[in-house]
Structures are given as C-alpha cells and as structure tokens.
Design a protein around this ligand. Sequence first.
Ligand code: SAM
Length: 285
Amino acid sequence: MSQAGMLYVVATPIGNMGDISARAREILAGAGVVAAEDTRHSAQLLRELGLKRPLLSLHEHNERARAVELVQRMRGGENVALISDAGTPLVSDPGYQLLRAALAAGIVVSPVPGPCAAIAALSAAGLASDRFGFEGFLPARATARRRRLAELAAEPRTLVFYEAPHRLAASLADLAQACGATRRACVARELTKRHESFYRGSLAELAELAGRDPDLARGESVIVVEGAGPAPAGAGRLDEMLGVLLHYLPPSAAAAAASKLAGVRRNEAYARALELAAARPGDSA
Ligand code: SAM
C-alpha cells in the first residue's frame, strides 16, 4: 500500500499578500489538492502566488461529505492543504469535521501557522494579553447575544470577539451595557490593509462612536475587551448576579436566588430586580 498523504492546515493572509509565509507557499505548491472555503476566492490567491493546484470546495454545508472524499485521497497518498478565505482555518472557519475525520483515519495533521485576525488584534490592542479568551462571533440575535454577554461580564481575562460590520454598533452597545460603560476596549479594523485602524477607549465611547461614525463599521473588525476587575463583595455583587439571572428567571425568582447568593435582604433584591428588568432594552435583531 502506498504511504498515506498528510493534511496541512495552512494560514493565509487576512488582507496583505506580504503575510503569506514561505512555508505556506511551499506546502500549497506541493499539495495534491487544496481544500478551500470559496474556490473562486482561493483561485485568486493561488494565481497571485503563481501556483496552479486543483481546488475543492469545503464549506459548512458540504464539509462532512467532503471530509470522506478527502480522507480517501490522503489514504491514497495525496497531500491535502486546507485553507479558508482568510487567516487560519478552523478559527471561526470550516475545517473541524475534516480534521476529526483525518485524525480518526490515522492521517498526520500538520499546521502551517500564519495570519489570524484575533491574534493580530490582540497583539496591538494595548490590553492585557497574558491570558485571553477567544469568543468568535457573538450570537446574531439580540436576546441570545445579551444572554451570552451576561455570562461573560465577570470574565477576568481579556476577551476577543469577531463581528460583522452591520452588527458592530449593536454589539458594542450591548457590551457596554453588560460589562459596564467604563470597561476599556479596542476595535481593530481592516488589519494589515490600507485602512488599518485601531479605536481604543471605554466601551461607552466606542459604542457612541460606532453609532455616529460610519467609518467604524466599514470593513472587517475584531473587538478586544479588557477583563473584569475583581468581583465586588456582598451587596455590590447583586447587580451582577441579577444581570445573569434575569435572563433565565422572572424578577421574583431571580431576586430569591440572588438574595441568597449575595447575602442581601430579599425585599432589596426584588426591588433591584424590578428596576433592572424595567431598564432592560427591548429585543431587536
Ligand atoms: N479564520 C479567520 C482568522 O484566522 O482570523 C477568521 C475568519 S471569520 C469568518 C471573519 C472575521 O474575522 C471577520 O468578521 C472579522 O471579525 C475578522 N477579520 C478577518 N479579517 C480581518 C481584518 N483584516 N481586520 C479585522 N478583522 C478581520
């Protein structure tokens, strides 16, 4: 039997062709087939690199079936290079099913590291980077997004989010509401491209800017948010707890749970729960 091929997970530029690595070029040049999210987009990348390799589409709607086909080809000795439209495959991009199938079949998987918008944003945001959490995209629907943010509000690590241009302003407003107006953040826009820009400030400032400056929502952005400070003790934690509980429970039940957890009187928790529930913005997608 011929020796099995390998699966290479190859990072590609997020906006600047100069960021393609010498090894990425070499692996792409030697691949039997390049599995790509959008073959028309990736054909352009290969043209710019002066490479002619067969491309096969692999996206969220055909990934399982393609994985079977590609594993067969690797078993037959072909090397497969997996790329996405930009950046590192599998980071909010397809590839996970293929990787699982390849590993299950005993195929050797090797990364060819390179550009990633999350890491590029974090590296220049000016916020703590010794520990961070990558959240990918927040839910598109406002209710689900606010629920997720309520869960994340007390996270002490710096958080990194991807966001679509048309949801940037809404997400910043929800972040300010959930994490507090004064929490520091950075919007890293059009990284590595001609109009690369960083907007640094408090969440309230960035939300306000996004609401009035259409430039902020032009192009692609990463939002980096400072982690939460130490949790306030006792009664000070009431708002934080109610903020989470009110997503799941009516005010009376949320108040009952929060009063026990925060050690405050039930009446006090109930009055505050009613205030917070009334101040909650209405849902919109
Ligand atoms: N796999 C890619 C990576 O490694 O960065 C991310 C793909 S994800 C589908 C696309 C999101 O990444 C965009 O909505 C945006 O949040 C972020 N992004 C991609 N390129 C970017 C750039 N040049 N500048 C800022 N954000 C970018």
